[in-house]
Design a protein around this ligand. Structure first.
Ligand SMILES: [Zn+2]
Length: 411
C-alpha cells in the first residue's frame, strides 16, 4: 500500500475493549492506523479519501483462529449422530468423491462469509493446496497451516517431503503466512510429529495441531485402545505399539511440536497440562460451536486458560462440524456457557486473543496507533444504554464494510 491516507469517522470507534470513543476518527496511512481520536480534534487532518459513517461502530476486525476453509462444501453433508471416528470416516469418503469446482466454490463462499461477518484474519488448516491462492486473492490476513498426516513411521520421510513441497509452493505475502499442522496424536506418528517440529523450527514456521479434542483420543494416546484402535484397524492403518503411550500433551511435548504452538480444542486437559502449556509458550484456540455441533458433554476450560495467562482465541473449525463461520456466534456461545466472563473479556477473545493465539505481533486485533487497519464497521444506532461491544457481537448490527491493511474487501 502506498502513502495513501484514508480518514474514517464513525459515531463510535472501538479501539480495543477498554478504549471506546464516541464520534471519533481514524487516520490510516500506508495501511496502518496513524492516528485515532475525537473527530473534532482530527477534523483538519488532510486525507486522500474521507469516509463518514454516522450510525456506525468501527471496530478491530475479528480473528477466526481455527478454520478449514477447504471443507466448506461439506456443510450439511455429514451426520452428527456417529461417534467422532465415524465423522472422520464420512469426511474421508466425501473428500474422495469431491469435484475441484465444488471445493473451490466452498472455499470462496467460506471466505465471503468471513468477510461478511467482519472477520479480517484467519488461521486456516489446509491439506489440498487449493485454499492459499484463493485466500491470497481475497485480501484476508491469514496463516495457512499446511496439514500433514501419517501414522506409519516408515512413511514419515515421504510425508514430510510432501509437506515441504506444499509449503515451498505457497508464496507468502505480508498478509499470508505459511505454517504447518501435524494433525493430531492419533493420525501422526511420533516420528513424523518430531520431524515436522524440527522442520518448523528450522524454517521459522508456526505450528498448529488438534489436541485433547475427545476422551477417545486420550485413551488411544495413552493405551493404544478404544475407538481409534478400531478406526485404525478399519482403514488398514493399525501399527501395533505405534501409539505414544503418554497423554496427548505429554506425547506432543516430547516431540518438540508443542513449543510456541497453537493447540486446537484442548477440551479436556490432564493434570499438569496447563503448566506444560505455560512452560512451552503454547497457545490455545477453542471452538465452542463445533463442540456443541458434536453434542459433546465436555467443554473447554477457557477460564483456566485465561487465569494462567495462556493466549486463547476463538475458532469456528470447519463447516463439516459447524453451521457457520461467524466468529460472533462463537463469542455468543462463550457468553452463554461462561456468564462469569465480561463482555470485554469475550470481545478480547474474538480479537486480540485470536491474534495472540496465532502469534501475530502486538497491537494486531486492535485499532491502536501502529496496528494494521484491519477493521469492520456495523450499522448501529447507539443509544446511551447500548453497549458497543455487545452490539458488535450480537447479530443485530449489519456489517457494512470490512478492511484489511486499509483495503476495503469485497463480499
Ligand atoms: Zn480443526
Amino acid at each position: 500500500m502506498s502513502s495513501f491516507t484514508l480518514k474514517i469517522s464513525a459515531g463510535c470507534v472501538v479501539v480495543d475493549s477498554s478504549t471506546i470513543l464516541d464520534n471519533a476518527t481514524v487516520i490510516v496511512r500506508e495501511g496502518k492506523v496513524s492516528k485515532v481520536g475525537p473527530s473534532e480534534v482530527l477534523q483538519n487532518v488532510k486525507a486522500d479519501k474521507v469516509i463518514r459513517l454516522k450510525h456506525h461502530i468501527l471496530y478491530p476486525g475479528l480473528v477466526n483462529a481455527h478454520c478449514h476453509l477447504e471443507l466448506s462444501y461439506m456443510k450439511g453433508k455429514i451426520s452428527r449422530r456417529s461417534p467422532f471416528t465415524g465423522w472422520i470416516k464420512q469426511l474421508i469418503a466425501i473428500r474422495a468423491g469431491a469435484e475441484k469446482k465444488e471445493v473451490d466454490d466452498g472455499i470462496k463462499a467460506g471466505i465471503g462469509r468471513l468477510i461478511q461477518t467482519g472477520t479480517t484474519c484467519v488461521g486456516d488448516v489446509t491439506l489440498g493446496g487449493r485454499v492459499p491462492p484463493i485466500l491470497k486473492r481475497s485480501g484476508l490476513r491469514a496463516i495457512v497451516f499446511h496439514e500433514v498426516l501419517g501414522f506409519d513411521p516408515n512413511k514419515a520421510d515421504l510425508r514430510l517431503a510432501d509437506l515441504k513441497e506444499r509449503v515451498e509452493k505457497t508464496f507468502t505475502t505480508d498478509r499470508l503466512q505459511n505454517g504447518v499442522s501435524p494433525h493430531a496424536v492419533y493420525s501422526v506418528s511420533p516420528k513424523l510429529m518430531k520431524e515436522t517440529a524440527r522442520y518448523a523450527k528450522k524454517s521459522g514456521l508456526p505450528v498448529a495441531l488438534h489436541i485433547c479434542e475427545t476422551l477417545a483420543e486420550a485413551e488411544f494416546s495413552r493405551r493404544g485402545s478404544g475407538e481409534f484402535l478400531s478406526f485404525h484397524k478399519s482403514i488398514g492403518a493399525h501399527i501395533p505399539g505405534g501409539h505414544p503411550a503418554l497423554t496427548p500433551v505429554n506425547a506432543v511435548s516430547l516431540t518438540g511440536a508443542i513449543d510456541n504452538a497453537l493447540l486446537i480444542h484442548m477440551n479436556h486437559p490432564n493434570r499438569g497440562d496447563l503448566s506444560t502449556l505455560v512452560r512451552k509458550n503454547a497457545k490455545v484456540v477453542v471452538c465452542p460451536n463445533s463442540n456443541r455441533w458434536f453434542r459433546r458433554k465436555i467443554n473447554h476450560p477457557i477460564i483456566k486458560f485465561m487465569k494462567r495467562k495462556i493466549p486463547v482465541g476463538l475458532g469456528t473449525d470447519s463447516l463439516a462440524s459447524n453451521d457457520d463461520l461467524d466468529i460472533r456466534a462463537e463469542a455468543r456461545r462463550i457468553m452463554a456457557d461462561f456468564p462469569e466472563l465480561s463482555i470485554s473479556d469475550v470481545f478480547d477473545l474474538a480479537t486480540i486473543g485470536g491474534a495472540r493465539a496465532l502469534g501475530m505481533p502486538a497491537k494486531y486485533g486492535t485499532l491502536q496507533v501502529g496496528a494494521p487497519f484491519d477493521a469492520g464497521a456495523i450499522e448501529f444506532k447507539l443509544n446511551r444504554r447500548a453497549d458497543p461491544l455487545l452490539a458488535i457481537i450480537s447479530d443485530r448490527g449489519n456489517v457494512s464494510k470490512t478492511w484489511v491493511g486499509g483495503e476495503l474487501l469485497k463480499f
